[in-house]
Design a protein around this ligand. Structure first.
Ligand code: TYD
Length: 136
């Protein structure tokens, strides 16, 4: 997997004077069955989140409110993506290192995942991540 396998997906925005609406369906907007949803909120200024890779889990990140940056690393290339719309999502492939920073005040990051939480699916050390990609 490379960071080129991580794409911004433009979700439909149903504009309405009563308020806009966006929806996500598994195997339609995201290429997996949706198993889990979690969200990050009340992130203090200057905080970093993420800092891991997932062995098999795919995740789809949306800035539901406010904005933040996602830094993706595949061991060769690196990319910083600014998310700031409720109708754009970033699809992150397995075995991609991700970090999140630059959270705006009051921002909310929604994550839609292809797997239930499993601590053994995480690689939380960047050196271990690089070793897994390129075993000696
Ligand atoms: P962590 O993965 O460290 O958060 P982030 O990568 O966004 O900084 O998760 C923080 C804690 O929450 C950790 O103890 C694991 C727990 N957790 C769950 O129990 N279930 C979940 O679905 C997630 C994402 C985390």
């Amino acid at each position: 997997m490379t960071i080129d396998d991580c794409n911004i997906i433009n979700l439909q925005k149903i504009a309405d004077p009563r308020g806009n609406l966006t929806f996500i369906e598994g195997n339609r907007h995201v290429p997996f069955d949706i198993k889990r949803v979690f969200y990050l909120y009340d992130v203090p200024g200057g905080a970093d989140r993420g800092g891991h890779a997932l062995k098999t889990c795919q995740q789809f990140l949306i800035a539901m409110s406010g904005s933040f940056d996602v830094i993706l690393k595949d061991g060769i290339k690196e990319r910083r993506i600014h998310l700031n719309r409720s109708y754009y999502g970033l699809l992150i492939a397995p075995m991609i290192w991700r970090e999140m920073d630059n959270f705006s005040s009051g921002s909310v990051c929604l994550v839609v995942a292809s797997e239930n939480y499993d601590a053994t699916n995480y690689i939380r050390d960047f050196g271990d991540f690089m070793k897994t990609l390129k075993p000696a």
